[in-house]
Design a protein around this ligand. Sequence first.
Ligand code: ATP
Length: 516
Amino acid sequence: MAQEDIFKKLVAHCKEYGYVFQSSEVYDGLGAVYDYGQNGVELKNNIKKYWWDSMVLLHENVVGIDSAIFMHPTIWKASGHVDAFNDPLIDNKESKKRYRADVLIEDQRAKFEDKIEKEIKKAKKRFGDSFDEAQFRETNPRVQANQKKIEVLNERFTKALNDNDLEELKQIIVDYEIACPISGTKNWTDVRQFNLMFATEMGSTSDGAMKVYLRPETAQGIFVNYLNVQKTGRMKIPFGIAQIGKAFRNEIVARQFIFRMREFEQMEMQFFVRPGSELDWFDKWRETRIKWHRALGFGDDNYRFHEHEKLAHYANAAVDIEYRFPFGFKEVEGIHSRTDFDLSQHQEFSGKKIQYFDPELNKSYVPYVVETSIGVDRMFLQVMSAAYCEEEVEAANGKKDKRVVLKLPTVLAPTKLAVMPLVKKDGLPEKAREIINDLKFDFSCQYDEKDSIGKRYRRQDAVGTPFCVTVDHQSLEDNTVTIRYRDTMKQERVSIDQLRSLVGSQISFKDLFAKL
Ligand code: ATP
């Protein structure tokens, strides 16, 4: 099945099974804003727990905060967002659709990358085990030609971004004959800059309202609390401050479901270090973070690093972790070495000293910062993309059947255990409730009695519940149930007393943390 079709199905699945809904759907929706349903919120909470604990619990020198969304407007002046948090936009005159010029060019580059991937896939099939990918990349003329195209494009693109040269960005779009995906034409406007921050007013207008912004990143809430945390927590450098919270960006292009939203959530950690040691810490965090992703078991080949073409004004190193979504490799997380830019700016704009006295060096300095920044929603989409499976299975009557299953990592699944009475009588529902009442403080359980057992299994597969137990008449006699495993569909008879440890042993964050 084409990847685009899989993606469409995934989006429909998210809605059908209570994971993600379009915001304000009864009013025909609000662009690039989404709500999480009863299963979505559980998965999201589990993702956040995985991140939070891996940062704050596992690192004794990382602590968390929860800062307000509204902040003093000067913060955004100091951080550079008022003047420079822009995206280059371009309109197609025919379709009247608006695009990010840089994204159009990145999509063009992805086309060359796709061609290379296709060649490699073909060759892998042809040569089997003896295939040497590195050698093939170096010697195959078609791969080489596309690689050259990527390099030439990259060079122009990087220069245009670094020089802030909007005319050149447009010229690249013209030269590469990039067409509007809607109208198919190349009739473009000039490229313009567009600030992504949402503004609102605070206070009553008669008193003279103050223009405030909805934060476009959570990081600044950490920077302006650096001294508070360092002093009250008696933190010694190197140390980190982590935060999970909402961020808002007036994105020009609202595409790809929850990949690019106008209201989204970030999990950010700012790590404060001695000047000069930042690049070592940058390397360390880059490795720590890729391990965190890979520990979920979605396949190491599905991740890659992408070094930035253009470094943000505050950074001296930056890399993205990209995941292979159904629509291609895209950024999930950024790791940035932000130098002392933010703290120095806040020091200057606030007039307050924001420094660290280093007892070992016996001097004060503005710490350098390495940031890890990941979107909860993009992570959610990564998990769902990896988990969504359509499988051919054998039905009870021996015929071929299809099942849709969410192979979510068991620790992240919204419901761990579904308990099902075989029939709605003879004391079986009561026995099922008894099991749930005994286990509900250990993990999330769901009672399910409607429809045939087969249908109930399919329903639980589709929401990603890793374990189902069926209570039958024998259960009343010998206190045993049938447990059925989502991924293998294997069933076995176990004692009810075993359930806590059987399920509990497979849903523990501990095992995941052990891989980090
Ligand atoms: P992009 O280039 O895709 O716009 P970015 O480089 O601007 O992303 P950062 O500012 O580095 O993103 O933000 C850190 C993380 O926050 C991203 O890696 C991503 O996971 C998440 N993120 C950023 N913008 C959005 C958005 N509009 N919707 C959902 N998540 C987002």
